[in-house]
Every structure is written in structure tokens, then in C-alpha cells.
Design a protein around this ligand. Sequence first.
Ligand code: ADP
Ligand code: MG
Length: 672
Amino acid sequence: MQWNDPVSKLNGIGPKSAEAYARLRIVTVGDLLSWFPKKYDTFEAERPISQVQADRLVTLLGTFAGTPRMFTTGKGMSILTCTFRDATGSITVKWFNSPFLRKQITQAKYVFLRGKVSRDRNELCVVQPELFTPERYREMMKTLRPVYGLTAGLSKTAVVKAVTEALRQCEIPDLMPVSMRRQLGLWSLKDAYEEVHFPKSEETTKDAIRRLAFDEFFRFLVGIRSVKEQTETVPNRFPAKGREFAKRLIDSLPYGLTGAQERCFQEIAQDLCGASPMQRLLQGDVGSGKTVIAELSLATIAEAGYQGCLMVPTEVLAKQHFAELTKRFAPLGITVGLLTGSMSPAEKREVRENVALGGIRILVGTHALFQQSVEIPELGLVVVDEQHRFGVEQRRRLTDKGNLPHVLLMSATPIPRTLAMMLYADLDISLLDEMPKNRLRIKTAVVDSGYRPKAWSFLAEHVRAGEQCYVICPLIEESDGLEAANVTDYAEQLREALPDVRIGLLHGRMSASSKNEVMEAFAEKAYDILVSTTVIEVGIDVANATVILIEDAERFGLATLHQLRGRVGRGDKQSYCILVQGSDSEEAHERLTVLQTASDGFAIAEKDLSMRGPGDFFGIRQSGDNVFRLADPIRDAEVLALAKRTVDELTTDQYRKAVKLFLAEKDEPVVY
Ligand code: ADP
Ligand code: MG
């Protein structure tokens, strides 16, 4: 079996599961093997029911008592409940949409039960637990088990079976010369793939990750090197010297630019009339005012008679930027257009035509613009907002365009300078390291789940004052279906507790257009509280939102929490962030209190790094940089440096070969 064969070639994968895999973008056997576990589970010993606490993962050993009950909610979700008992007490157990378990639990004798404890109307219950025979569980206690990000239609067992089969049958092309592997102290690719899916120990898993991370970095850095070589030799075809439009925009602002904003725009303005096209990264913390810099740059390019585009990660953000730019550019006579995936074909065609004819000077759109072919005949500047989801492929595609436009990437991801120099070796960096003045600091509190009722009244109070709030639900890694059920459940409870409050709901299972509708309704104040998973993390700007409550906050990395918190405090009202700590761990508490005192993204990132010791290797991955599948530039900094040295030292011949192979088949493992 070959790396590029379809997954359906594996035993046990029929059309139905092939479809489920396709939803996760797993099409080939290689995709399946490169679908790395999100984390590894360890199996702890059982606890007595009398010691169970809310919001924690527990393992219990006991028996089911009484008959299981099953009912269906108004929304068609089936709920199965039963009582579970040991020598110290009993607890209710609950499953969603799992009627088939009924028979199993009536027949079960003595079992291990493992799941999350939740509080339902003041009673503790275990939600959606897994069941194991005692023999099986004792066996599991000796191992690490991979946890995959499942979707509907795929069970853990099915995935494990498929991966086993793939490892047994698929040839894994590893063209790294053995001598090179030895010299770098890296594992063979085959061993590495086997180990990450079926780990033997923490130690060996680290070795496997080292090899796989190396390959990811290597491929990335080869790409970066080629982008850099390509852009350095090209002349600047879009020189923009005029400063009139920028000046008029600045004069029309209700505030003065910060010193950092002035400096960064200077650097950009200089690039715009430099010898070769600009390739610049604008790095600035959440709320540091990057948007206005984008506006000034786009206005400058328009003044010179060229076109520009602004790309953002979500439709909601695109619409928001479009509205803002249209308003601000009207007095300058610059026409702005919008292009997003959910527009009708006719609407899209009209916008495309207008762009091609030059009527639209500035085009705002989602990153999907890359996939669709839009012809922007006089494209002089591309601005990419929130670039942390922006990989080398996209960077390449920008530079592949015939006449190389200026490129400005904007990012809020704070990364240490040494790392930035490796990851952004193809870019010049401008740092927006000063916050606008008169900004009120977001008041942040870390509380335990007992405080929840008070927190909810706090939300209600602010709603009554005409303000809006976000609630971020706990992260559930097992499956997005479960996550959706969880958010829905939470919103339901909140509706019961606060009947007068209008509550909106947002999660990853919703279609792009329903997500848009909900976000827009929230922006237009049709909802008071938005209950959501982390899908709102990126960039959104609703100035009227003043309180954000984050459940199970300790499950997120500090950088993500900082991003989430940045959703409030965007207007002139005092804003609040309530972090509900779900577990009672001292260490988690200490980590979270960092946010209580620190408000600077860089400081937080550094603190996070120093607190995540090497023992925390399997901890939650920072969601700052989704460019890599498994490699983490911060965790794997040493491997990144090794890959960087290796790529820098490739002979021209080796490098050309790598580029060729790398560009030909972008989804294959690296070939040297
Ligand atoms: P981000 O860097 O996160 O993209 P934005 O550009 O969205 O931040 O800016 C956040 C808010 O700060 C906006 O409402 C914007 O109008 C405001 N803002 C930007 N620059 C300044 C400034 N120099 N003084 C005061 N407010 C500013
Ligand atoms: Mg922004």
C-alpha cells in the first residue's frame, strides 16, 4: 500500500467512514498516519465516589444499580441515565445519544467508569463516561493512549484499527539518508509514526515527536528560504511615494496615533517606495491598533493608483473590516469591495468584474480568496490580518503572482525574538509595542466553580446596563459533537437561570453561514450573552461587550486566554474577565493568576513558557500557531534550531532538489 492511496483501501473503511474521514481532510493513507493524536491520556487509579468533585475527570470502580432511564429532549437528543455505586456512595451517570449502551450497562457487573464530573441542579453526575472491564483497565493503567480529535461517525476503536492497519501495510517513504539521521540523532520515519500512534513511554514518544517535528520544520524552512530568494531579486513595481491620503486619514481619526503606530507606519511607508517589494510582519498585541496601520498602508497604495486587498480569517471579520474601510475611505474617493465564501455566485461575479475593471480599488475578503481565482490587475499591496493561521504555502502563493505585490502580514501572536527570526526569516519585522493611551485595564479574576451563580448574576447586571457578554465553554478534546452538546447544554442552563436575557449560541459544528448570522446578530445587539466555544477567538471587535467568562480556564494555554480576554476592553467602558478554574490544582491556580496581574501578551507568553516545565511535554498545545500539525515552535525550539541549521547548510544542489520535491508534492513526508 502506498502513502497516497485512498483510505478506503484499508480494511474496514467503507464509503460511510471514508466520508467521515474526508470531513477531517483525511483522504489518503498518508493523511491518516499524519493525523497525530491531540494528546495522550494516562489512566489513573480509581477514586471512592464519596471523594468525587465537580468539573474533574474521575475513574470509579463499582456497579450499576437500578434500571437505566432513557428520555428524549425537545431537540431530539436522547439522554440515558443510571445510578452507579461503590462501597462509599452512589452517583448518577449520563450519556447523550448513546441508546446502545443501555443493554451493556444492564449486563455489566463490576466495571471501571471514567469520565468528567459535572454539576446538574446541585447534584453531581458523571457525563459521557467510558466503560472498561477491570482486566482491561488495569492493563491500560500501564500505557499512554492517544486521543484523536474525532468527528461524528468515527469511533476511537475504529480509528485505532485503521491506524494499526495503515502502519502494518503502508510503505512510509523516508528518504533522509541514514548517515544524516545518525548525525542529527533522529529516528527513522517508520519508527516515529509507529511510536506517536502507539506510544510505549513518554521518553520514546518524545524521540518520535522530535523526528516528525524536524520534518515539518525542515519543509517549512525550505519554503521560507525559497520565498526569500524569490522576493529579494524582484524589483518594486508598485512604488508608492504619496503621503496625502495617509495624512488625511490620520487627521480624521478621533485619536492621535501612538508613537509605535507612527514608527511602524514609517517603516512600511519606506518599504513601499523601496527597491524591492515589501515583505513585512507587523506584530502587535491584541488591541494595539493594527487595523489603522492596515488602513494607512492601503490608502497609500490606492493614492499611487494601484489596487490593494485585505485578507482576514473569518467572514465575520471580513464584513466588519469592509464596513469600517468603506466609511473611512469614502472621503478619499476610494471604492471598497467585499468578497466572501457565502455570497451568491452572481454577487461574487459582480465583485470580481468590478475588481478586474478597476472600479473596486480595495478588496476585503476571507483567506478563501486564495482558493478562488480573483484577478486583481493592479494589485500593489496584500495585507493579511491575524496571520497566525498563515503557513508557508500561502506565503508562497502570494509571491507566485506575476508582478510581486507588497505584502504586509499582521499578527498578535507573541513569540520570542529568536523564534521569530527563524519562523519569519523571509520577513522584516515591525513591532507595535505600545498600547493606545487611556485604555482601561481589563479587571481579571480567577474563581472556582462554586462562584458560578455569582458570576452569572454579574453577567445579568451588565446586561441590564445595556452591555454584552461572552461565555466560553470548556474545551472538550474528544469530539466536536460532544463539544456542541456541551455548549448547548450550558446555554440551556443559563437560559433557565436568566430567563430575561437573550442568549446566543456558537460552536464549531455550525455551518459558516449560521456562525455568521449569530455573530452579526450579537454585533447588532440582538443577543445579550454569547455562549461559545473558542471559535470567537480571532480578531472580532464588538466594543459593547464588556464581560467575558471562561469556564475551565486552566485547560487553555495562557496565550489563548489572553487572546480570548482581548475580545473585551475594546471600548471605553470598564471590562472584566472571569476565569473559572474547574480543577483545584495549586499549579493551575498559580498559572491563571498570571493573567490577573499581567496584561502584556509578550510578558504572558514568556511567563507561560517558564512555568511549563519539561515535564509538561504532553500539556495542552498553545493554539497560537496552527501552521504545524504536530511541531510546536516553542516546545520544540531545539529541533527548530536544528532544522534551521540543516536547511541553511544545504548545498545549492541539495536545496534545489528539496525545493523541487517539496513543491511537487506538498502533502508527502519530507523527501531529502
Ligand atoms: P488589534 O491590534 O487587536 O487589531 P484594533 O486595530 O482592532 O486592534 O484596535 C482596537 C481598538 O483601539 C479599536 O477600537 C481602535 O479604534 C482603537 N485604537 C487604535 N489605535 C488607537 C490609538 N492610537 N488611540 C486610541 N484608540 C486606538
Ligand atoms: Mg485586529
